[in-house]
Design a protein around this ligand. Sequence first.
Ligand code: ADP
Length: 266
Amino acid sequence: MKQEINIIKVGGAVVEDAESLATVLDQFADVHGHKVLVHGGGREATRIAASLGIESRMVNGRRITDQDMLRIVTMVYGGLVNKTVVAKLQALGINAIGLTGADMDIIRSHRRPLKEVSMDDGHTEMVDFGYVGDVDTADGKALSDIVESNIVPVVAPLTHDGRGTILNTNADTIASAVARALAPFYRVTLTYCFEMPGVMRDPEDKDSVIRKITRESYAMLKADNVVSGGMIPKLDNAFEAISQGVSRVVITHFNDIAARNGTTIL
Ligand code: ADP
C-alpha cells in the first residue's frame, strides 16, 4: 500500500498578504505525513519591477516575461517569496527546502512557442509570451528522495530548459506536474487553495460551492460561463492530474486545507 502525500498549491494573492500567508502556513504545518508546498508569484514582481523602472507588459491580463521581467521573477519568486515561505515554515518547526525547477533538475520545460490569442475586441493575434516555460518533465524520484529524508520541498513557479535558461511557469501547472510525478510513488492528494471556498456556482454567494465536478459537468460549467478566467487552466490542470494517477484533487479556501468545504474533482 502506497503512503499518502499532500501537494498543496497556494495562490499568489494568498502569498502576498502576510495574514493570509500566516493562516495557510499554520494549516500546512498541521498536515500529517509527507507534503510539498507549491506557491504562486503574485503581484510582488510587478511592484518591484515598477520600483526599478521596468514596465510589466500584459496581453489580455497575462504577463509577458521579457528578459528584464525574467530577472525580476527569478529574484522575487525564487528568492524573496520562496525563502520567506521557507523561513516561516522553519519557525513552525517544518524543515523546508526552497526549490525552483532547476534545483536538482526537478522540472524541465521548453520556451512556449508563439501562441494565437483572442483579444478583448474579438480579433486574434500571435503573441510571444517571452520566457515562459511549458513543462516537459518533473522528477518524482528526486522529489521523493527529499520527502523521504523528512524534508518538505517548497517549489517556486520557475522551471528551466536544461540549456541554462530559467523560465517562468504557471504555479498551478507546476503543482499538477509535481503531483503527477509523485503518483508512481505515493497516493497523491493535490489541493489548490485560493481566496474563495471552492469552485462557485455564483461567486457572490458563499454557499454556492460546487461540491463535485466531473469531466461532463465541467464541460457544462464552461459552456454556461459558470467557470471562467484563471479557473479554467486550474481545472484543466486538475483533470490532467486525475487522468495521470493523482488520487484526489481539491479546490478550496486557504483556511480550509483539510477541505471539508471545497470542491473535489472526480
Ligand atoms: P490563484 O489565486 O490560485 O492564482 P487564479 O486567479 O488563477 O487563482 O484562478 C482563480 C480565479 O478564478 C478566482 O480568483 C476567480 O476570479 C476565478 N473564477 C472564475 N470562475 C470561478 C468560479 N466559478 N468559482 C471560483 N472562482 C472562479
